[in-house]
Design a protein around this ligand. Structure first.
Ligand SMILES: *Cc1c(COP(=O)(O)O)cnc(C)c1O
Length: 354
């Protein structure tokens, strides 16, 4: 069988997860009557220190809901470089919410100063008003890098003082929490001297379908009034489901059994990254390789990304070309240390010039 490192979305539900799915109590979620969905929403809200949660079919929809809640058409949203909302959502932010994005910073993260410098005032005769700042932690395209907690706090604080809404796309927030030994609620809601009832991030989303190994779904968590409003927006986007407790049960199982083990994925990614680094044939930032995403760059003179993907594929190792000379490999529940060691050797050979 192939060692599939294309994404952490390729995981299949475990036998135990399938049992949890089979046993799940369900009801019609449009009547608020699915106990599994309700429990999942409460669990995630508690985990992230928020008032309420909302189960949505995809992280993509969660990101659209955040835009619909906090912006109006014509607004500008400040994001880091190569953010998911800009690169991987087929222009949905423009199509659904009518916003434009302003990318700041250099590596997917950014500072409070960079945010301040990008903010355009409301009510200006010419400028598009900045109304939302969006953070991605861990940052996918930058190689799963982790935001410093102090930076999250500074950005959240700056958003509040400038009257911007703030949204944390934490599809892999639990990877960040496990990598740094942080409480997820602390990352979602850093200590705030001004208004302790509010957190720096108005809305947070975590994905159940990525490293957690669930089949589908993300959960938003935030203030109760925001979540209540988003129940209608979710329906408007076509994301209102019925006996979705089938999926929520998988999410509950994943939260219970698949969080601590994310550390294994991180160790396996490290093993692949270090082997590639030792080959001397790729550019890779090992200092920031802390989670489950390995992004490496191929210098001129050797094979390009398409060629590396092809060569690895011949040896049943699947990875993705992320740019002409950039490759991504992602570790997850369905690849163990031995498979990753094997994949590391295959990739090290695949990056050789010839
Ligand atoms: C995968 C991903 C999403 C979208 O999640 P889907 O459930 O695949 O729609 C959003 N943000 C980030 C950072 C992601 O990696």
């Amino acid at each position: 069988m192939a060692i599939d490192l294309r994404s952490d979305t390729v995981t299949r539900p475990t036998a135990a997860m399938r049992e949890a799915i089979a046993a799940a109590p369900v009801g019609d979620d449009q009547f608020g009557e699915d106990p599994s969905v309700n429990l999942l929403q409460e669990r995630v809200a508690a985990l992230l220190g928020k008032e309420a949660g909302l189960f949505v079919p995809t992280g993509h929809m969660a990101n659209q809901l955040a835009l619909l809640r906090f912006t109006r058409p014509g607004d500008e949203v400040v994001v880091g470089r190569e953010t998911h909302a800009v690169w991987h959502e087929i222009g949905a932010g423009a199509a659904n919410a009518g916003v434009q994005f302003r990318e700041v910073g250099t590596d997917g993260t950014f500072t409070a100063e960079e945010l301040v410098a990008a903010i355009k005032p409301r009510g200006h005769l010419i400028f598009p008003p900045t109304t939302l700042v969006e953070v991605e932690d861990t940052h996918n395209r930058a190689g799963g890098i982790v935001w410093e907690r102090a930076s999250l706090e500074a950005v959240g604080e700056t958003a509040r003082t400038h009257d911007l809404a703030s949204y944390l796309d934490g599809a892999r927030l639990l990877n960040a929490a496990v990598a740094r030994g942080e409480d997820p609620a602390a990352l979602a809601a850093p200590f705030d001297l001004v208004t302790i009832a509010l957190s720096p991030f108005d809305l947070v989303t975590i994905a159940l379908s990525k490293g957690l190994g669930g089949p589908a779904g993300s959960v938003l968590a935030g203030r109760r009034d925001d979540v209540t409003a988003l129940v209608r927006e979710r329906r408007r986007l076509g994301g209102a489901m019925r006996q979705s407790g089938i999926l929520a049960a998988a999410g509950l199982h994943a939260l219970e059994h698949h969080v601590a083990r994310l550390a294994e994925d991180h160790a396996n990614a490290r093993l692949i990254g270090e082997r590639l680094g030792a080959s001397g044939r790729v550019a890779i930032d090992l200092a920031r390789l802390e989670t489950n995403i390995v992004v490496f760059h191929l210098p001129a003179g050797g094979p390009d990304a398409a060629e590396v993907v092809r060569r690895a594929g011949e040896h049943d190792v699947l990875v993705l070309a992320f740019g002409p000379r950039t490759v991504r490999a992602v570790t997850h529940l369905d690849v163990n240390a031995a498979a990753c060691a094997e994949a590391a050797e295959v990739l090290a050979a695949a990056v050789a010039p010839q």
